[in-house]
Design a protein around this ligand. Structure first.
Ligand SMILES: [Fe+2]
Ligand SMILES: [Fe+2]
Length: 179
């Protein structure tokens, strides 16, 4: 997706920040519901999922601080992201550890692509503060994605429909938020 100058009241930088903020809430809920299932059936995954959750909580705060500093807004799809995230996390965890990793890989791959495109836009606009905020989280998201891939989440044949649905939903809420 291309990031262009906004024609509405809210400029593109503030849209990017609100969408990313809502996305972090979605990610928090993915890892929360996965943790719920992992604590019962996959205890060895708990420390990793907890570390992901800690990262996402920090990201949420970083975006919120930047939103407040420029009188931004909370995204209308904030709760949709939360609900969708919780649902995707839960369903993927019921499919076992490969399901968890496929979910992580799918979500974080879409996110990383968007973050890179956002960075290119913010650089063109010389919006240093927004650029730094997005750049700050990029390494974490790449790391989440790569861990998902290393645990077999990227290419297991049977999990393709799961990855496809999750990518589609993630892409859709980002586009919806940027409208
Ligand atoms: Fe994040
Ligand atoms: Fe993440």
């Amino acid at each position: 997706m291309e990031y262009r100058d906004s024609k509405g009241k809210l400029d593109t930088a503030r849209k990017i920040l609100k969408v990313n903020h809502a996305g972090e809430f979605g990610a928090i809920n993915i890892y929360r519901s996965q943790l719920l299932v992992a604590r019962l059936f996959m205890r060895d995954l708990v420390p990793l999922l907890e570390s992901f959750l800690t990262d996402e909580k920090r990201h949420l705060q970083v975006f919120w601080d930047e939103i407040c500093s420029r009188k931004g807004v909370k995204c209308k799809s904030f709760w949709l992201c939360g609900l969708g995230g919780y649902f995707m996390g839960f369903v993927s965890a019921l499919l076992g550890r490969k399901g968890i990793m496929a979910c992580t890989w799918a979500v974080e791959s879409v996110v990383v692509d968007h973050l890179r495109t956002q960075l290119a836009y913010l650089e063109r606009k010389s919006d240093r503060a927004a650029y730094d905020t997005v750049a700050y989280i990029l390494e974490d998201e790449k790391n989440h994605r790569d861990i998902g891939s290393r645990h077999g989440g990227a290419d297991n044949f049977w999990y393709h429909p799961l990855r496809f649905s999750i990518s589609l939903f993630t892409e859709a809420v980002i586009r919806l938020g940027m409208r």
